[in-house]
Design a protein around this ligand. Structure first.
Ligand SMILES: Nc1ncnc2c1ncn2[C@@H]1O[C@H](COP(=O)(O)OP(=O)(O)OP(=O)(O)O)[C@@H](O)[C@H]1O
Ligand SMILES: [Mg+2]
Length: 420
């Protein structure tokens, strides 16, 4: 008597720096991107520990609670901490302290719970996406980051996990829609990293399990939208708090506090007692005390994420419209109205964008090619106008295809899971 073996559903999980998404292949082979956050497939990778209700909120609810002024602690960009020593450190959330690693586990548990509620059955198998490099130029820490990600998924209740590179997942998703063989450069520019693969896509070979012969090269660099936010925060908002302010003795104010305040995953460091004390003492370095008073106000009210969120919103608005966009800092000072415009954005991001495009060109060269047929763009930051322009100039022969910006990696991970 033959026993029928039921193949487990394999969840593709894209744990992103800014947004996470999940997808799976149904038993009948249909791809399902799971609505993780209301009707949306992408869920901000954010947690909010509310001091008012003593509860933990996730995704857009976490962002809303923080931005509407609920008392509590917001955590974002946790992926940037994978592979760093901070993962094992404890951080204060309200009246308790919790390990960063356990915060990642909480997020995975919630993601698993939402997926299971949607499909109506337990999910135990997962393919986890990973960037080409979690950490640039440090193989040991890079491996640690992947291992930590896997451990978090296991601790959240998955029993079987495997990994796939995010750009390859993005390519497998795109391949579902190609009708003839094309050599493509798949570009995934997210919140934390920019990842590339040159791959031969083919509607027939898409059914094969092992595609290694078609993957001609992969490259990646640890630059993404959160870095663009930092650079724009440093060029537009932080000078209003004293960054680059030439103070007493003709020297600029020490800049560490401004870097922490404008880096999503380090903001919390600027609120520690030691950092606050240090910032307070900086008054002797300022000639304009109103700037120092504004810095202290921002720190005391813990406005770091709020300022950076407004910078991010203005970045996106300027990127979409090409027009100047205001960074709303009314909560800090109603008289302040800095703006981000196309020229300022290009200047602030010029160097980083050049590095990203260099990495893209490096991928084509590593594939042994001088050009590709198609450049396929995915990831939220691939919509950034100056980036698209720089890429277009660097690869004039290729057709630029703007793809599924947010759910693509998860969908491709589910495709990978489906052929496991
Ligand atoms: N229209 C837009 N123009 C420019 N940037 C945008 C736009 N929309 C979203 N972004 C940026 O895209 C980033 C998020 O993209 P995405 O969700 O693909 O990243 P992620 O998958 O979380 O990150 P990673 O893959 O690097 O871990 C954010 O930095 C966001 O500010
Ligand atoms: Mg991503």
């Amino acid at each position: 008597m033959s026993e029928s073996v039921v193949k487990p559903l394999v969840l593709g999980i894209d744990f992103g720096t800014s947004n996470s998404a999940a997808a799976l292949m149904d038993a009948d082979g249909t791809l399902q991107v799971i609505p993780l956050d209301g009707a949306r497939s992408e869920m901000p990778t954010a947690l909010f520990f509310s001091m008012e209700t003593h509860s933990v909120l996730y995704g857009s609810a976490a962002m809303q609670a923080y931005l509407s002024g609920t008392e509590g602690r917001l955590l974002r960009s946790l992926k940037s901490l994978l592979g760093s020593g901070l993962m094992d450190e404890y951080t204060a959330v309200g009246d308790r302290s919790i390990r960063f690693f356990d915060i990642v586990v909480l997020f995975f548990k919630e993601l698993k719970r939402r997926c299971e509620a949607h499909v109506g059955q337990p999910l135990t198998h997962a393919v986890l996406g990973r960037p080409v490099h979690f950490v640039d130029d440090n193989a040991e820490r890079d491996l640690l980051a992947q291992e930590t990600l896997g451990r978090a998924a296991l601790e959240a209740g998955f029993t079987h996990i495997s990994y796939q590179l995010e750009p390859i997942a993005a390519a497998l998703d795109y391949e579902q829609r190609v009708t003839q063989e094309t050599t493509s450069l798949v570009v995934d520019i997210g919140g934390g990293t920019s990842d590339f693969t040159v791959i031969r896509l083919n509607p027939v070979r898409s059914k094969l399990g092992d595609r290694s012969a078609d993957i001609l090269a992969t490259t990646g660099v640890h630059i993404g939208g959160t870095d663009f936010d930092r650079l724009l925060d440093l060029s537009t908002v932080m000078p209003l708090l004293g960054y680059r302010h030439i103070g007493t003795g003709g020297r600029p104010v020490p800049n560490g506090v401004f870097f922490d305040l404008s880096t999503w995953h380090l903001i919390h460091q600027s609120y520690t007692r030691k950092a606050m004390h240090f910032a307070k003492e900086l008054w002797t370095d300022y000639t304009d005390q109103s700037l120092h008073a504004r810095l202290m106000h921002a720190l005391e009210e813990q406005h770091g994420h709020r300022m950076l969120s407004q910078v991010e919103a203005a970045k996106i608005a300027c990127s979409i419209s090409g027009e100047s966009s205001q960074v709303d800092l009314a909560f800090l000072d109603p008289d302040l109205a800095p703006t981000i415009d196309a020229i300022g954005m290009e200047q602030a991001l010029h160097q980083s964008l050049a590095q990203v495009v260099e990495c893209a060109q490096g991928c084509v060269a590593a594939a042994g090619l001088t050009a590709v047929d198609v450049v396929y763009l995915t990831g939220g930051s691939s919509a950034l106008r100056p980036l698209i322009e720089t890429l277009r100039q660097a690869m004039p022969q290729a057709t630029l295809v703007e793809g599924n910006r947010f759910g693509g990696v998860a969908a491709g991970l589910a495709v990978a899971g489906g052929v496991l």
